[in-house]
Design a protein around this ligand. Structure first.
Ligand code: G6P
Length: 474
């Protein structure tokens, strides 16, 4: 029985199974997971997550009650749920990633998608079953009065399900994504929209990364549920219960990031990159190949910058790291192809015998990313919409002399807007101008802005975010 529990779809570790059936364990990636892994071990938190792969399922089958920490793995307290693969696929791919993610990031191409038909009805039932599996596991593992912190859009129904099972618990839900405005959230079938909101309102506290996303959530509660919203006091009252709305920004642990970025593997990637690009100036982007990250418009902006500024030909290189993501979804596979097409057009148009204007890397490589951060002159972060965006925070920490071109639609813009070069992510020409502005910004100005950006980026490390969530639960 545990007194503090965290629930998220993706957990802190993943397993792969070799052809011979041997399991090997890997730490999960991403700022949140690495930040939380440390805190959760210190505070003796039980982490509940889903088995995502055959390797994970193999490990769970060998673990008593799905408790990997009791099967001899060095994970911190961890329970992985082996949800039937078909149910998991429909809940994760069809509902969470193809529907909810699209809604919150305004990604639909509305003449064609979405359409909510009988098939969606079955997918929604799987999403309910998957949420139910989490709620049941949490109810089983939580001690009396325990605090349960439920993460993200995958698990929106869990708080209400858990409350009806275990009214003694204190429950929070946190959205790491933006929240859609009511007119876009209203694309969802009415009963689905209501169930999602009521699911989250089952929590004592619903947390968001910025005021803007918290405000949109409150607007949706008002328009879909006719709930009573107190904007100043940040509460939503519905069906006789009041839920507090919290805003908790998330930044990076500067010291841990620097420690990692000074390791020899990063240093040798730096040397290799330097060898490749010489003393040319570097424009760097690092993303999952994710529709909301707006990589294609970023590349077109770079092309427009090259067209407008022949004086930079041969003197600048764009390092674009676009790592594989969600390849089960056709939209993501098509997007990956579009990124590659656009990159080769730029190569065809501008490359010369001794100058590669663009290096596109599609293999995930964390130490190489850290090396690129350290070498950047300009960081390009131009998502269509983003809950926060930690690249915008890691960049200034590891390269305090770089300029940051940042989409005004990223949550990070609320904190970093004064010292970044803010752009409308749809405005390719403005993005091209900002890239140029970043390159020609006087060194002193870049250093002053960079220093302030780095300080803001480290003001809210994951440990602090976690402690604030816990404190909010009383
Ligand atoms: C976003 C979400 C996370 C998710 C991550 C990676 O940051 O907020 O919940 O884990 O993307 O996506 P994936 O589908 O690979 O877990």
């Amino acid at each position: 029985m545990s007194g503090i529990l965290v629930a998220s779809n993706r957990g802190p570790v993943s397993f792969t199974m070799s052809e011979g059936g041997a399991l090997s364990m890997r730490r999960g990636g991403g700022g949140l997971v690495s930040g939380l892994s440390e805190v959760s071990k210190e505070l003796d938190v039980l982490w509940v997550c889903a088995a995502l792969s055959d390797g994970d399922r193999g490990a769970v089958r060998l673990a008593p009650g799905g408790r990997l920490d009791q099967a001899g793995y060095e994970t911190g307290a961890l329970r992985m749920l082996d949800i039937p693969p078909a149910t998991f696929q429909r809940a994760y791919n069809a509902v969470a990633n193809s529907t909810l993610w699209f809604v919150h990031h305004l990604l639909y191409d509305t003449p064609n998608r979405p359409h909510f038909d009988a098939r969606f009805g079955r997918e929604w039932e799987s999403y309910q079953a998957y949420n139910e599996a989490f709620a049941m596991a949490l109810a089983e593992e939580a001690s009396h009065g325990a605090k349960v912190m439920v993460q993200d859009y995958h698990l929106a129904l869990v708080p209400a399900m858990l409350r009806s099972e275990r009214p003694d618990l204190r429950v929070s839900h946190f959205s790491h994504t933006p929240w859609a405005p009511p007119e876009y959230f209203g694309l969802l079938p009415d009963e689905v929209a209501a169930e999602l909101l009521e699911g989250i309102l089952g929590a004592d506290q619903a947390g968001f990364l910025t005021d803007r996303w918290a405000g949109a959530f409150m607007d949706c509660c008002e328009s879909v549920l006719d709930a009573r919203v107190e904007r100043a006091g940040r509460t939503v009252t519905h069906a006789g219960r009041t839920t507090r709305i919290g805003v908790h920004g998330l930044g990076v642990d500067g010291r841990a990031l620097w420690e990692r970025a000074r390791e020899p593997d990063v240093e040798s990637h730096m040397a290799a990159l330097r060898e490749l690009v010489g003393d040319r100036r570097l424009i760097v982007r690092i993303d999952r190949t994710e529709l909301s990250k707006n990589i294609v418009r970023g590349l077109i902006a770079y092309r427009e910058f090259l067209a407008a500024h022949p004086e930079w030909h041969g003197r600048v290189v764009h390092l674009a790291f676009a790592y594989p993501s969600r390849h089960d979804l056709p939209e993501y596979r098509e997007y990956t192809a579009a990124v590659q097409r656009c990159a080769s057009e730029i190569e065809d148009e501008y490359a010369t015998e001794d100058w590669d204007p663009l290096i596109l890397n599609v293999q995930d490589d964390y130490p190489r990313s850290l090396a690129a951060y350290r070498l950047a002159d300009v960081m390009l972060v131009n998502p269509i919409r983003d809950g926060m965006n930690l690249v915008a925070k890691e960049g200034p920490v590891l390269s305090p002399n770089s300029a940051l071109v940042l989409s005004r639609e990223a949550g990070a813009a609320a904190e970093l807007g004064a010292d970044a070069l803010l752009v409308n992510p749809y405005d390719v020409s403005a993005t091209a101008r900002a890239i140029h502005e970043g390159l020609v910004m006087p060194e002193h100005e870049r250093a002053v802005r960079g220093d302030r950006l780095a300080r803001l980026a480290t003001a809210l490390p994951p440990q602090r975010w976690f402690a604030d969530q816990l404190a909010a639960l009383g």
